[in-house]
Design a protein around this ligand. Structure first.
Ligand code: FES
Length: 123
């Protein structure tokens, strides 16, 4: 039912945790199931220098969160804003249709952390 990649990221999630002096933080809740995810980012020279996540959610949410942090790390903020839910699912070798909504959290939390950083910077 799950691809090898999904299982790998679920068993060994990358970049789990928080960044105490984060430049941007995004928290989103999934309206479908009530699960939640928080993304912390550290920005340097307009790029995502570091990124960590915490997910209170299902296995697919953990795997997609982990994948999104890998995709975003090192990217410019504009590039990271363009990472879509579909990109995340695709890089994981697909998700079962019933679990596609779980991939929403990861991309949304990333974008919300970038928005937070940009808001703070423009103050
Ligand atoms: Fe909630 Fe997957 S069931 S994120």
């Amino acid at each position: 039912m799950y691809s090898e990649k999904v299982m790998d990221h679920f068993r060994n999630p990358r970049n789990v945790g928080e960044i105490p002096d984060a430049d941007g933080v995004g928290t989103v809740g999934n309206p479908v199931c009530g699960d939640m995810m928080t993304v912390h980012i550290k920005v340097k020279d307009n790029r995502i220098a570091d990124i960590k996540f915490k997910t209170f959610g299902c296995g697919a949410a953990v795997a997609t969160s982990s994948m999104v942090t890998e995709l975003a790390k090192g990217k410019t903020l504009d590039e990271a804003m363009k990472i879509t839910r579909a990109d995340v699912a695709e890089h994981l070798g697909g998700l079962p249709p019933i679990k596609m909504h779980c991939s929403n959290l990861a991309a949304d939390a990333l974008h919300s952390a970038i928005d937070d950083y940009r808001k703070k910077k423009s103050k």
